[in-house]
Write a protein that binds this ligand. Structure first.
Ligand code: GDP
Length: 606
């Protein structure tokens, strides 16, 4: 029934294993578990991990830094695995402690553990078998044997006789009146509540509006508001991004009239002309003073986490009260509610069973664990090195293709232009490709940027199939020797099926090197809904067996959020993809790498 059980150190050293499968398992599920769950701090948040044909469960001893993993076929339901893992972990720890009192000796003679394991397994399998037999013996009565069925039938007969209703309608009535009927009705509401969560956005509507007002005051074009979740872009009620009426003229403008690129550049970031100045992606931006970054300053949440931990091993009861406080702290920083809760649960799980060598405060212990977890989540397991990747594509004689996707008004075309500037200032010759064939004025807006940056623009106007235009654009860039193609796509809400299908088609047909999701740092839960929705649609509507999903994130308007950097954490945690750049203003040079230390300090600052 089991395929593999193994014991290893958190450092990776394997101490013992037993396999029931001749040869290797398909696709290395243990490796997948380590990378996608253990290293990403999700061990406390989920009970079971499914990968390929397998399910994986695990038990951890934090004191000895030991992990026990069981792998079995995904189709199986093995009720005894949790207990098996705990018993094996405890037994292994017991032996390790016996052999090496400090618990740091990896030279345990592992062969000796197999017989101990076999007897635990045999005992639990026998117990599970007996439970199954007992269950079969106490099989619940069929509904037709129950009193409820008898009453219902009786009721049916009565209503037929007294009220003279048809049997069909009386059955419907009795279902609605019966407890089963009301439960069935209550169920969708309960599910809905669970899905939407009760936490709500970390920023209140007023705060978001205030941030947006700040943005508008900072020079952003007025009237560009992002649609609320669930809005249909095509519905007349939606405000969305308005067609550009740059002259304040109410009459629709002709295409020629719409080309404002030679007049004033109200759509372009403030540094209108390509200046050749190199962008320093690591230049400091809005960093916190060192004092705020230090041990927590004794104020706020951290001050309330008192209590000494000495030789005592931490138990759930010690840590449980902290979970809520930590969650609240993260939510104030705009971390999505469910993600904050999963991260805090992971931090607590990682501390269970640990003890301090010397005396320290609970505050320091918890803070340091959270800091490590946040740093680990925000540090990408793989980086997108755009310059190296573009150079590699060039060496292959083809353009490097980046596709910018996201909802309306988040800053897609501004970000595309910043990336174009960055690439150009590093010696590339990017071409902008206008594939927002949906929103009036989008092509002209991109032309404004192209002119300001002195870069070519590939466009075929409006209403045409965007994926075909992208294909033509890439082909044209190759002919003309442009080494990077930056595809601008129409902004769309993640639940707008026709537009999401069109995006999936564009991505599938063109297979870009990088699908860059552009999201605003201003929003909390909403950013996560967006990125999940985009990934879901790219996968579901793709004609490919191996659909392309989002490869990286560009987080805009970072300059407007002060220390509320939670969207960065939520997006990386949700996608497992890196934040390739953050946008820190409205000029072409306002683009940076994400500073992980700065982010972690902001999240921890009370
Ligand atoms: P799109 O509809 O997604 O293409 O959005 P736009 O590129 O037109 O940008 C919408 C607004 O956001 C414009 O006013 C931009 O100047 C502004 N914007 C974009 N990125 C940033 C950023 O990083 N910081 C600030 N403060 N504003 C930004």
């Amino acid at each position: 029934m089991l395929d593999l059980v193994c014991v290893f150190r958190k450092s990776g050293a394997q101490l013992w294993s037993k396999s029931w499968v001749p040869g290797a398992l398909k696709g290395n599920p243990v490796d997948a578990l380590i990378h996608h769950v253990l290293l990403e701090d999700r061990a406390g948040a989920i009970d079971v991990y499914h990968t390929g044909d397998y399910s994986a469960k695990w038990a951890i001893d934090n004191e000895l830094e030991l992990v026990v993993v069981a792998i079995y076929q995904r189709v199986l339901v093995l009720g005894y695995v949790d207990e098996l893992l705990e018993r094996v972990r405890d037994a292994f720890c017991g032996v390790l402690r016996g052999i090496a009192p400090e618990g740091r000796d990896d030279s345990f003679p592992s062969k000796g553990f197999t017989s101990a394991f076999d007897s635990i397994q045999a005992e639990l399998e026998l117990k599970a078998l007996e439970e199954r037999k007992l269950k079969a013996a106490n099989k619940p009565r069929a509904f037709t044997e129950s009193k409820k069925f008898a009453n219902t039938r009786q009721g049916n007969k009565e209503s037929c006789a007294v009220g003279g209703k048809s049997s069909a309608s009386s059955t419907a009535d009795s279902a609605a009146d019966s407890p089963m009927g009301s439960a069935a009705e209550a169920e969708p509401a309960a599910v809905e509540e669970e899905e939407t969560g009760s936490g709500g956005d970390a920023l209140t509507a007023e705060q978001i509006e205030a941030n947006r007002a700040k943005l508008r005051a900072g020079g952003g074009p007025p009237g560009k508001k992002k649609g609320a979740k669930g809005e249909d872009e095509t519905s007349p009620a939606k405000k969305g991004k308005e067609g550009r009426s740059w002259d304040g003229d109410e009459k629709p403008l002709s295409k020629q009239q719409l080309d404002f690129s030679k007049k004033e550049d109200r759509g372009a970031p403030k540094s209108k002309v390509f200046q050749g100045k190199k962008v320093d992606l690591n230049e400091r931006f809005g960093d916190l003073p060192a004092a705020a970054a230090s041990s927590g300053g004794g104020r706020g949440i951290w001050a309330s986490l008192k209590g000494l931990v000495g030789a005592k091993q931490l138990e759930r009861a010690d840590l449980e009260p902290l979970i809520e406080q930590l969650q609240a702290q993260l939510i104030t920083k705009n971390v999505a509610a469910d993600i904050g809760s999963q991260i805090c649960e992971s931090v607590c799980t990682s501390l269970l069973g640990t003890s301090q060598q010397g005396f320290g405060t609970m505050r320091a212990t918890v803070r340091s664990a959270l800091e490590k977890t946040l740093t680990r989540i925000l540090t990408p397991s793989h980086r997108v090195d755009m310059l190296a990747a573009a150079a590699a594509a060039k060496a292959e004689g083809r353009p490097y293709v980046i596709c910018f996707v996201g909802v309306n008004g988040v800053g897609k075309s501004t970000s595309l232009s910043k990336v174009a500037y960055y690439l150009k200032s590093n010696g590339f010759t990017p071409m902008l490709c206008a594939c927002d064939t949906f929103r009036a004025g989008a092509v002209e807006q991109l032309r404004v940027h192209a002119n300001a940056l002195e870069l070519p623009l590939f466009e075929k106007g409006y209403g045409r199939d965007a994926s075909g235009i992208a294909q033509d654009g890439v082909r044209y860039a190759k002919q003309m020797g442009h080494d990077v193609v930056l595809i601008d796509t129409a902004g769309r809400m993640q639940d707008n099926e026709p537009l999401m299908r069109a995006l999936s088609k564009l991505v599938t047909l063109n297979n870009p090197d990088l699908v860059l999701f552009v999201g605003e740092a201003l929003v909390g839960n909403e950013a996560v809904d967006q990125v999940r929705g985009f990934n879901k649609s790219l996968s579901e509507y793709s004609a490919s067996r191996d659909p392309r999903l989002i490869d990286g994130i560009m987080l805009t308007k970072f300059d407007t959020i002060s220390d509320k950097v939670g969207a960065a954490l939520s997006l990386v945690y949700t996608t497992g993809k890196p934040i390739v750049f953050v946008g820190v203003g409205q000029t072409y040079t306002d683009i940076r790498n994400l500073n992980v230390d700065h982010c972690v300090r902001s999240l921890l600052k009370s």
